[in-house]
Write a protein that binds this ligand. Structure first.
Ligand code: RRO
Length: 312
């Protein structure tokens, strides 16, 4: 049986529904070409700001068997760099998505206006959920600010636009956020960013494991999979049918990818596991997902996407 992992995100076609999360190993041209040469279904950049940023002091990333904690602080080369790479990225013949995380609404508007003029950008993922810039709250947790941002960015004409959301934990918040998002012409949401401001401790050293913010940082990996699945599921159910949900959080094998798609994800992104394993993870996870679909008699992801059953 010919098993097909193709999908669409914001009406952009991907041959493989598995690609990188914005964050790990997607900051430089070298990283982005490596993703292009891999089996990943798309290339997604590190979140871009107006200007280049060095980010927070080291150590700022740590992982253990259960996942990761980071306080990178948005190190990136500035949006103009990611715009300038579009031509050379074309050789990979896969979508090139740019993540944007301006430090203010004005910065986001400047960046989006420019990126909208760059034809080869496939879509923009606006990051509303960076937990690690001291003094900058996560926009996704301030519903009024989120609406002010969406009012302005959605007034611009241009590339398909999606938002990267923080994880939510309360049913009323899922409804409030979905009600806001349903009012705007966004085309996808990515659920979820890391769980913000967690704390991982080294018992031997009696010390935190990363330096910025006294050890507080965004948590990813196995630690967050149930939260990620809940967010994918809720937004799949609550959002308009023309808004795709992209799953991110705790995917390290084909079964995890299957779970996200069963909850309603149209595509899945790999963060912590990509950082651990490198670009080989995209092919391995794709092969594992194909094997599982074969066992179950599924030919394409639409055969099971969103079809999670409840217990009657
Ligand atoms: O760079 C970071 O510290 C970072 C970002 Br922008 C984000 O969106 N999520 C995260 O865990 N780290």
């Amino acid at each position: 049986m010919n098993i097909d992992l193709s999908t669409t995100v914001a009406e952009v076609s991907l041959e493989n529904c598995i690609y990188n999360a914005s964050g790990p190993l997607c900051t430089t041209a070298e990283h982005l070409h490596a993703i292009g040469e891999s089996q990943a279904g798309a290339i997604l950049t590190k979140s871009a700001t107006l200007e280049l940023r060095e980010g927070n002091p080291q150590p700022r990333y740590y992982e253990n068997d259960l996942g990761s904690i980071n306080s990178m602080g948005l190190p990136n080369k500035g949006y103009a760099y990611y715009a300038s790479l579009v031509a050379e990225m074309q050789k990979h013949a896969k979508p090139y998505f740019v993540s944007v995380s301006g430090l203010s609404l004005e910065n986001n508007l400047t960046i989006l206006k420019h990126l909208n003029t760059v034809k080869e950008v496939s879509a923009i993922e606006l990051n509303l959920s960076c937990p690690n810039v001291p003094g900058k709250p996560q926009t996704g947790y301030d519903f009024e600010q989120m609406q002010r941002v969406l009012d302005k960015v959605c007034a611009l004409e241009g590339h398909p636009l999606g938002v990267k959301l923080p994880p939510y934990f309360d049913i009323i918040h899922f409804h409030q956020v979905a009600d806001i998002l349903n009012k705007y012409p966004i085309q996808f949401v990515t659920c979820v960013n890391s769980i913000g401001n967690g704390l991982v401790i080294d018992v031997d050293a009696e010390q935190v494991v990363i330096k910025p913010k006294h050890g507080f940082g965004g948590v990813g990996g196995d630690y967050i999979k149930p939260t990620a699945l809940a967010n994918v599921r809720k937004f799949f159910v609550l959002l308009r049918d023309d808004i795709d949900v992209i799953g991110c959080g705790g995917i390290k094998n084909g079964r995890d990818a299957f779970e996200h798609i069963l909850c309603g994800a149209s595509a899945v992104q790999i963060g912590t596991q990509y950082m651990r394993e490198g670009t080989g993870c995209f092919e391995r996870i794709a092969n594992e997902l194909v094997a599982l679909m074969q066992e179950k008699g599924y030919q394409s992801i639409t055969d099971f996407k969103g079809k999670l059953k409840s217990i009657d």
